[in-house]
Design a protein around this ligand. Structure first.
Ligand SMILES: NC(=O)c1ccc[n+]([C@@H]2O[C@H](COP(=O)([O-])OP(=O)(O)OC[C@H]3O[C@@H](n4cnc5c(N)ncnc54)[C@H](OP(=O)(O)O)[C@@H]3O)[C@@H](O)[C@H]2O)c1
Length: 435
């Protein structure tokens, strides 16, 4: 039986999962491939460190470049994370004609163009299923499973940290800071959660999904992105009263004019599929023309789910190594175009607005005048009783309105002297296509 030598860069969470899966599922993998996958070397930063998984002493090294350069290594698995030295190591591996598997969304989102070009030039594979939604095989589904269909939209929960925090706020009644601390204690949030709660992690994943779903390469920095840090228990309670749950969504929609992309917290109907995605789970709802809606759900992170996705990529890459005409399989799209997301100015939706104002005569009139001046119609209005002059939260649900008009109205409202804080605004999603 042929043996394929693997060079593993990183033996932390995901690297540990990869080692465990390769060990525990060795027979099943050999039966699938009719070949043996052998971990030839494992590079880490600190060889003396205690690990989740024991790495044999003769395999471990702190010289990642030497692992990449090792003539025997046929496939390099990059699980170091971050940009450098991961970028240099991956480029070196590709230039040496080695296939690469990675779960590094930050690297692909910022240097994808350079890395994919290098992979194509050297006719090797660069696979990255673990980079989006952890263990859920969503990239393979977009690339292969739906290859004959026309994907028109994606609505997804792809940041487990944000979902865990919003879920704790919704179900346990915690405020944002307490929910974040709980997520950190449970291992679902990093010590520095900025990229997760700020939405940038989800934007990077959305850019990778757009690449495979639409053949369009988008710079994640151009995706309109809003995090969850302004979500308050008050908004969660108001959403519940209206029949909604607050979720952080990554949304892509193909229109005749181009691609609409966005990451933002939104109200989703309480009985919708996405409202039922709890804790750190992920879900991706894909809308395609022939199949209609389809849902992909599971663990979006963690040692074993992400390790599984990485090893599945390894199996696929090793099939290419074993094929008599070794080389990369055709990409999802033979031609990939660069694209900028369309402006969301002409997007329309209903909205929840919460204005913090003093309970004084005339304030409602001034707010309503600003809304009316920009054709923003009020669907419902609610305000809890307060003493005269006391601060109060005025909740307005708008009819479906154009983003441009809403933003113009909010700019005016927030500059009124008696508005005490910037308006809290959330989009209200229509029901999922699966509901
Ligand atoms: N964790 C998840 O659930 C998850 C989910 C999806 C995708 N990912 C992605 O998977 C990748 C790995 O994440 P992780 O959570 O496994 O990270 P991690 O636990 O921090 O592991 C990183 C590993 O890289 C090693 N390393 C760091 N710098 C190195 C260097 N210069 N040379 C050689 N080795 C080096 C570390 O060595 P030491 O052990 O000696 O420190 C460690 O073993 C990241 O790109 C991440 O975004 C993670």
């Amino acid at each position: 039986m042929r043996t394929i030598a693997i060079g593993l860069l990183g033996a932390g969470n995901v690297g540990g999962g990869v080692l465990r899966i390769l060990e525990e599922n060795r027979d099943a993998i050999e039966r699938r491939l009719a070949a043996r996958l052998k971990v030839h070397a494992v590079a880490v930063r600190d060889v003396g460190r205690q690990r989740h998984v024991d790495v044999p002493i003769d395999l471990i090294t702190d010289d990642a470049s030497a692992v990449v350069a090792d003539e025997e290594v046929r496939v390099v698995v990059e699980l170091i994370g971050g940009i450098e030295p991961a970028r240099t190591l991956v480029l070196d591996a590709l230039r040496r004609g080695k296939h690469v598997v990675t779960a590094n969304k930050a690297l692909l989102a910022t240097h994808g163009r350079e890395l994919f070009a290098e992979a194509a030039k050297h006719r090797v594979n660069l696979h990255f299923e673990g980079a989006v939604a952890g263990g859920i095989p969503i990239l393979r589904t977009l690339r292969e499973g739906l290859a004959s269909d026309r994907i028109v939209g994606v609505r997804a929960i792809v940041n487990g940290t944000s979902n865990y925090i919003l879920d704790s706020m919704t179900r346990a009644g915690l405020d944002y800071d307490a929910a974040l601390s709980q997520a950190q204690r449970a291992g679902y949030a990093e010590a520095d959660p900025a990229l997760d709660v700020g939405g940038q992690d989800a934007a990077q994943k959305l850019a990778l999904m757009a690449l495979l779903a639409f053949g369009l390469r988008v710079d994640p920095i151009q995706i309109p992105t809003e995090g969850i840090t302004r979500v308050r228990p008050f908004d969660i309670a108001a959403a519940r009263e209206l029949g909604y749950v607050v979720k952080s969504l990554a949304v892509a929609r193909q229109t005749d004019d181009g691609l609409v992309l966005g990451v933002h917290p939104a109200f989703v109907p309480q009985d919708s599929i996405l409202a039922g995605v709890h804790g750190a789970f992920n879900a991706v709802l894909v809308e395609s023309q022939a199949l209609g809606p389809s849902l992909y759900f599971g663990r979006g992170a963690g040692m074993m789910p992400t390790g599984m996705a990485v090893v599945s990529d390894l199996v696929e890459v090793c099939r290419a190594v074993l094929s008599p005409t070794e080389g990369p399989p055709p990409q999802a799209f033979a031609v990939i175009h660069d694209a900028a997301p369309l402006s969301v100015d002409d997007e329309t939706c209903e909205n929840y607005l919460c204005m913090h104002v003093p309970n004084l005569p005339g304030i409602l009139g001034r707010v309503a005048t600003c809304l009316g001046r920009h054709q923003v119609s009020i669907k419902t209005l609610k305000q809890d009783p307060q003493g005269v002059g006391e601060p109060v939260d005025m909740i307005i649900r708008t009819e479906s309105v154009r983003e441009r008009n809403l933003q113009a109205a909010l700019a005016e409202i927030d500059s009124l002297p008696d508005v005490l804080a910037p308006t809290h605004r959330f989009r209200i999603c229509p029901p999922d296509p699966l509901d």
